[in-house]
Write a protein that binds this ligand. Structure first.
Ligand code: NAI
Length: 226
């Protein structure tokens, strides 16, 4: 399978395909045509064919897609069938919520260590994992070689922590810290998460939908009178 030329926008759609195909399997749907898939996912059929053709295409003319096979293949492309080690830094409200609610093993990672600079948290368990003080990071990383870190600490300490972690072999960051890692470290993989970006986007949609509805309502009598 060729993965090299897959565009970023296609990669960004793959998790949605993966999730959706999982829902189909839960409903015991074993095969689906690109037309049905497009209707359910609200993408065009040609968009779906184009996306899936990027890595060889899985559909068969007149048959459609084998749901389980397609999902397995997308999971493979996303690396979900691996189990690399990751650590989480910052065992506060956010770090705890992420640890409790996300089953990393399903997404190709084993959460192997949780660290916090607050010594009073040491030894407290979250989801069966004991919080360690950050002064144990170097020893832990040397022994366990995690490759990814989830960053749930304030922006103020993030730059220093990122430099430490890169020095310890971390190559990818799921970054909640609001520190722009890529600006200083373009060499590592980063996925920034800003929950409030999503809220602001929704805010725009909500307010403009209202304006559109008002405009549409105002325009309707004219249209009706034509
Ligand atoms: P919190 O105050 O409950 O927890 C922060 C934890 O990080 C504390 O346990 C603290 O001891 C630890 N910590 C601070 N500096 C550290 C360092 N250098 N190394 C290791 N541990 C350190 O805060 P909360 O609610 O968990 O949020 C954490 C951060 O995530 C905040 O700065 C917040 O702005 C950010 N955040 C980002 C969101 C996003 O969508 N990106 C959403 C919510 C919070």
């Amino acid at each position: 399978m060729q993965k090299n030329n897959i565009s970023n926008s296609v990669i960004r759609r793959l998790p949605r395909y993966y999730r959706f195909l999982g829902e189909l399997l839960n409903q015991d749907i074993q095969k689906i045509s690109s037309r049905e898939l497009s209707e359910k996912m609200r993408l065009t059929a040609s968009q779906i064919r184009q996306d899936l053709n990027c890595f060889g295409g899985f559909g068969q003319q007149g048959y459609g897609y084998n749901v389980a096979e397609l999902r397995r293949e997308i999971g493979h492309i996303l690396g979900l069938d691996k189990q690399d080690k990751m650590i989480l830094i910052g065992a506060g409200n956010l770090g705890r919520a992420i640890t409790v609610h996300i089953d990393f093993a399903k997404y190709g990672y084993e959460l192997s260590g949780i660290f916090d600079s607050n010594i009073s948290l040491e030894g407290i368990e979250i989801s069966g994992i004991k919080i360690m003080h950050t002064n144990r990071l170097a020893e832990f990383c040397a022994e366990n070689t995690p490759t990814m870190a989830v960053l749930c600490i304030p922006k103020s300490g993030a730059k220093e922590m990122v430099e430490t972690l890169i020095g310890l072999g971390i190559k990818a960051f799921w970054n909640f810290s609001h520190y722009d890692i890529h600006y200083d470290h373009p060499e590592v993989a980063v996925e920034n998460v800003h929950l409030t970006d999503s809220l602001m986007t929704l805010s725009y949609a909500a307010r403009n939908q209202h304006e559109h509805s008002a405009e549409d309502a105002a325009a309707e009598p004219e249209i009706a009178g034509e």
